[in-house]
Each structure stands twice: as structure tokens, then as C-alpha cells.
Design a protein around this ligand. Structure first.
Ligand code: ATP
Length: 302
């Protein structure tokens, strides 16, 4: 028994260490399984995000040299405002988010936050300033409390509970016999797509970053759940500078600016009404999605 207990103890230790390491990787590389191919430049300073104004200035980027993805992208997200990016699949929308998080460096042009080039600041300070609600939230096989606290590992229990409340998770959690200690994942509480997204919202509430990236899920939540989550996301985006990668136009009607992307270029830009009035690409997409949404609603149970 002792022989068995020793390795188990050891494994437990390793597990705790790995867990600790994971929670310390606030850059989320482990979570998003991205390769680390950028490094802090010598003399990099910590970012002063201020109120989080973002500028993309003539950004050119390719993952592979022979295949350009972004072909000179320029736009500005003013502090506290929201810019939404829409466009066909593969147009390069999510790539904008990856570049803002500096998973990769631009080939030419620059990206600046509060006037500071991303290449001149430390990655840890950059990632501290940005919260992401990703398409698919990765959950640890651990308690729901742990999974929420991941947003800020030194958060108090009260803060974790408050974040859960803000993300409309309290109800679900208090129904569980073990509350915040309930395990999630394979052998515990299985969360739906919408609930997982709420965990991401709760994490971001805890992190409280000035900048927010919302990478909208392509996978279908039912329309009603989506509307509720949308309301929570809007709350989260309040007073933050937000970049929204949108797949459904209905969620971005109120964005301060909408960029329509096609093949790595911005082909239209403006507010929802302005874009509709142009009767161009956006207006087409809008008409198509309205139609699809009505169809979907008609087939959903009340
Ligand atoms: P969607 O709406 O389908 O999510 P998107 O507009 O967000 O699409 P991106 O994810 O930005 O598109 O991808 C743009 C292009 O870059 C795609 O053609 C994709 O295949 C390519 N791409 C994305 N990631 C990589 C990568 N790591 N290596 C090589 N090519 C990539």
C-alpha cells in the first residue's frame, strides 16, 4: 500500500504544480494551443493601456509567406468603443484578434494600443490588458470555482461569486450539491456551449481588462440562449474597448463601427444603418441572415 501511496502522492504533487503553472500562464498559450513564436524585444516596457484605444495601421500579415492573409488593414477602436468585424469565412477576422494578442507579429505596418507599438511592450503586460471571450472556452477538469478563478488567480471567494452572478451562472452553481466545488468536465458537471461561454464571461469579469476581444462562436447556440448571452456580453463590453469578431450580424447592430472584410481587406465600413443604406455587401449579408434567423426561430420549440 505504501508503495502505491508514494507514487500517488507524487502524482498529486505534480498535478498541483502543473495546475499552478497553468494558472500562472496568463498569456493563455497553453489554452489556445498556439505556438510561441514572438519574443519580448530587448528593453521592452510594460504596456500602459490607458483607456485602451487600439490602432491597426496598414497591417500586412501572412502565416505562410506565399499566402497573404491581411493586405493592408487600417482601423481605429477609440477608447471605450466597440468595433465589430464581419465577413466571409477565411477573410481574416480571427487573425486580427490573434495579432492584437500578439500571437504573431505583423509583416509590415503596426498595431498600437494607447500609442504603444505591440512589439515594444512586454507580452505579459499586453495580455494582462486584454480579456478574451473565445469561440470555444477550454475548461479544466477541476471545480467550477477553479475554472472561474482562472480569470484572476488571487481573486477572493466573494469576487468569484460576484463574477458568477454577473455571468448568470449562480443559479446553475447553487443547484449543485457541492456548489463552487462541483467538478466540471468528463467526470463532473457537463456544461453546454452557452454555459461554457458564461464561464469565459465570468473569468473576464474577474480579470477586468480595459480591452476586450469577443470571438463569437460559429457553433449554433439556440437563438434564445444566444440572445441572453448577448445581453451579458454587452454588459461586459460596457466601458471597455472592444473588438468583436462576429458571425451573426444581429449581435453587432449597436457597434460603433462595423468592418466588412473580404480576402484580407476591408471592403466596407460604417455603422449598421449606414452600411444598410449602402446596399452593398453588408446589406446582402444582413438580408440573408434575417431570412435564416426567421427560419430557425420558426423551427425552435417555444
Ligand atoms: P471564420 O469566419 O471561418 O472564423 P476568419 O475570417 O476568422 O474565418 P481566419 O481564422 O482569420 O479567418 O483565417 C484567415 C485565413 O488564414 C484562413 O484561410 C485560414 O486558413 C488561414 N489560417 C488561419 N490560421 C492559420 C495558421 N495558423 N497557419 C496557416 N494559415 C492559417
Amino acid at each position: 500500500l505504501i508503495q502505491l501511496a508514494m507514487p500517488l502522492n507524487y502524482l498529486g504533487m505534480v498535478y498541483r504544480e502543473v495546475k499552478q503553472a497553468l494558472t500562472n500562464i496568463e498569456n493563455m498559450f497553453a489554452l489556445l494551443a498556439e505556438q510561441r513564436d514572438v519574443a519580448d524585444s530587448p528593453g521592452a516596457r510594460d504596456l500602459d493601456p490607458g483607456t485602451g484605444g487600439i490602432v491597426f495601421d496598414q497591417v500586412v500579415f501572412a502565416y505562410e509567406p506565399e499566402r497573404p492573409i491581411l493586405r493592408g488593414i487600417s482601423f481605429e477602436v477609440k477608447p471605450g468603443e466597440s468595433v465589430a468585424v464581419v465577413g466571409t469565412t477565411g477573410a481574416g477576422k480571427s487573425t486580427l484578434a490573434r495579432l492584437l494578442f500578439r500571437f504573431y507579429d505583423v509583416q509590415s505596418g503596426s498595431i498600437r494600443i494607447n500609442g504603444q507599438d505591440l512589439r515594444a511592450v512586454t507580452q505579459s503586460s499586453l495580455r494582462q490588458a486584454i480579456g478574451i471571450v473565445p469561440q470555444d472556452t477550454v475548461l479544466f477538469n477541476d471545480s467550477i470555482g477553479f475554472n472561474i478563478r482562472y480569470g484572476r488567480v488571487d481573486a477572493t471567494d466573494a469576487a468569484v461569486q460576484e463574477a458568477a452572478r454577473a455571468a448568470q451562472l449562480s443559479h446553475l452553481i447553487t443547484e449543485m450539491p457541492k456548489g463552487f466545488d462541483t467538478l466540471v468536465g468528463e467526470r463532473g458537471l457537463k456544461l453546454s456551449g452557452g454555459e461554457k461561454q458564461r464561464v469565459a464571461i465570468a473569468r473576464t469579469v474577474l480579470k477586468n481588462p480595459p480591452i476586450l476581444i469577443l470571438d463569437e462562436a460559429t457553433s449554433a447556440l439556440d437563438t434564445r440562449t444566444e440572445r441572453r448571452i448577448q445581453a451579458e456580453l454587452e454588459q461586459l463590453a460596457k466601458n471597455r474597448t472592444s473588438l468583436i469578431i462576429a458571425h451573426r450580424l444581429s449581435t453587432i447592430v449597436h457597434a460603433d463601427q462595423i468592418l466588412v472584410m473580404d480576402h484580407g481587406q476591408i471592403v466596407e465600413r460604417g455603422r449598421h444603418d449606414e452600411l444598410l443604406a449602402m446596399r452593398g455587401r453588408y446589406a446582402q449579408l444582413w438580408a440573408l441572415q434575417q431570412h435564416e434567423q426567421q427560419e430557425a426561430l420558426a423551427h425552435e420549440p417555444a
